[in-house]
Write a protein that binds this ligand. Structure first.
Ligand SMILES: *Cc1c(COP(=O)(O)O)cnc(C)c1O
Length: 229
């Protein structure tokens, strides 16, 4: 069943690429497995390599018991004291939203002798309830991150508002893409603005049409989450 869901999501991504003249190979599907048991992830082995988690401890626990060829994306809000759980396990941290956090990641990466790829999280709709820097501060923020030697900025991420009407989020995806292009044109040293992480179960097709290179789909693959257990 999960494999069928996965194929359905991939099909929809392919169709969104066709509609917008894009190559499906330029879009990475991240299966968001947060709250879901390891057995469900195992059902997708051989089919899917990129998984997303929003809690450092959960990412670490799953990493440890699953095959090492899987790629783990840290997509949730990250506290500085939790960086150590994931620094050598995540392939990309999507949720860098403060200089303090970036400095913490830089320091931990330095200890491990690695350069950590990160995305800057931008709060495109300026929602009070969401993390992320304001769009107008994004350029300056990326400049600040660019001087940290052990991280590498790879692009931008956003969590669009929850809505039943995906079209409502198109403007936010368009604006994130414009922001990426604007920052890329500044040619900041050590910054490689190539990734746009945007789109979730409710709106990933619109996000792909607007240039997403990574979509983060949880419910559409694994079903509804139950936070009560
Ligand atoms: C949970 C989560 C997702 C996936 O949400 P769905 O609506 O279940 O697809 C994507 N991105 C982030 C940052 C999340 O926390």
């Amino acid at each position: 069943m999960l494999v069928e869901n996965l194929h359905e999501v991939r099909n929809r991504i392919r169709k969104a690429c066709e509609r917008s003249g894009r190559n499906p190979e330029d879009v990475t599907l991240i299966a968001v497995s947060k709250t879901k048991p390891v057995e469900m992830i195992r059902e997708l082995l051989g089919e899917q390599t990129d998984f997303g988690e929003n809690k450092p401890q959960e990412l670490k626990d799953k990493y440890e018991v699953l095959p090492k060829e899987l790629r783990w994306h840290m997509i949730g809000h990250l506290q500085t004291n939790k960086i150590k759980y994931i620094i050598d396990k995540a392939c990309l941290i999507h949720s860098v939203d403060s200089l303090r956090l970036a400095q913490g990641i830089d320091k931990e990466a330095g200890k491990h002798g690695i350069i950590m790829p990160v995305l800057a999280e931008v709060n495109m709709a300026k929602e009070e309830s969401k993390f992320g820097i304001m769009p107008e501060d994004a350029l300056e923020f990326v400049r600040e991150l660019s001087v940290l030697p052990n991280i590498r900025v790879k692009g931008l991420m956003t969590i669009a508002p929850f809505t039943k009407i995906p079209e409502e989020n198109r403007i936010h995806f368009q604006n994130l893409r414009k922001l990426l292009v604007d920052i890329r044109e500044k040619n900041i040293d050590n910054v490689d603005m190539c990734h746009l992480s945007m789109g979730m179960t409710g709106d990933y097709e619109v996000a792909v049409e607007e240039g997403a290179t990574m979509v983060r789909v949880g419910t559409g693959i694994f079903g509804e989450r139950d936070y009560s257990i």
